[in-house]
Write a protein that binds this ligand. Sequence first.
Ligand code: BG6
Length: 490
Amino acid sequence: TDDASLVIVILGASGDLAKRKTYPALCTLHAKKFLPQNCKILGYARSELTNESHKGMIKPYLKGTEEEIDAFLEITEYVPGQYCLAGQGPSVFKSLCDKIEAHEDGRTRCNRMFYLALPPSIYPEVCANIKHELPTNNSGWTRIVLEKPFGRDLASSEELNRHICALYREDQLYRIDHYLGKELVQNLVVMRFANRFFSPIWNRDNVSNIQIIFKEKIGCEGRGGYFDKYGIVRDIIQNHLIQVMALVAMERPCTLSADDIRDEKLKVLRCTKPLASDNIVIGQYGRGVDADGNLRQGYREDETVPSDSNCPTFAMCVLYVNNERWNGVPFILKAGKALNESKVEIRVQLRDVPGDLFLQKAAPKGTQTRNELVVRLQPDPSIYMKMTVKEPGLETTITQSEMELLYTDKYVNAVIPEAYERLILDCIYGDQQHFVRRDELQAAWSIFTPVLHFIDAGGMVPEEYAFGSRGPLEADELRKRVGHVTNIIQ
Ligand code: BG6
């Protein structure tokens, strides 16, 4: 209603994430008129910036016309200050409190969203300060958006949760995983459950293996301070890829409500056996040549990385979901930086067609090809089915072709929203479907914690692969061992 107001407080407003993701997403939402009326965006951080210099700092990252960007900057304001002042007086957020109250003045429903673009180690104290120093006494809501990394393992993640969940109810906590905001990830539930094609084959009788692949061309350039403490399994697989896997593997939810869907995801995660150390290959990139032919330094040569680091920048792991639908089907999760291409895909490989009717006809090596359903998240979002067909002509030559839905061809004028735009909007509207619930997070950490501890203790040393390559060859061997077949005819 007109009387309601919304304050979005971005804590960590001068940091990289805020600049690159949060502010641009808010700017686009504002330009598209998706932000409510009476909306104010307060940036808060320790840097002693003026309002003007902060605007100047975020402006280059914003998209839209000059008018749209100016109109957005009008509703933003920067407040410098500390996050925690142990033992130094009760009101660390005094200046923030004044600004919030000035905006809310006289309204009866004042909604507040706190976006924590901060190191998680200070989440508990910051959340406690928000709770105690920014009290509300009206009918508005308070929601907290939390960014990863949400802990380093099961125990540290639960420790964080214990603190935060003592202050806020689960329906106020929005743990962001931006992969859940991607268009093709959001399409998974629709694709799987609104069509008749997939459901009959979506099981161990028909599916040979499922790959969820994240490949990035860039190395960890300059981000070593963060990356080296976490590594690729925590940075990509334990959150983004396992969330995608849960949506691929889950049963049909009773309804489309946030909790019905998250209940189903949770069941998959709980049925997934903890990753065994013989089902993972880790790698670290060394020197190599990138796709543009430039010589690139190895991970350990990056000045932000310790020169003896054993941190994995590549991992392939094989998980098994111990339920009736998926028993024995390998879920191959692969993530790597500094590879030959940037691509994120889900590949559902079906079993061989029974019998060998066409085996002799297959070119070039007599290999029977398998059907594959590919959902490509990026680049060029698309869904395609690889299938075997007859090559046109007098001879019966077998080849592989695709039935393809390429988004840029089919939805020519559609603008695919940025994940962060969608997720911030969901938070404003109170929809938690695309946010990670505490129990899901717990289950996801349970799968990876034993192997992560094993790696951290030096139990495994990463295989070296060249910058710009496909990753370590050991990964291909692991994939083959669990039954994946590389289709020869591409
Ligand atoms: C982030 C990781 O969560 O996701 C980064 O910390 C990674 O290391 C990024 O580059 C990838 O996101 P996207 O949306 O570009 O695929």
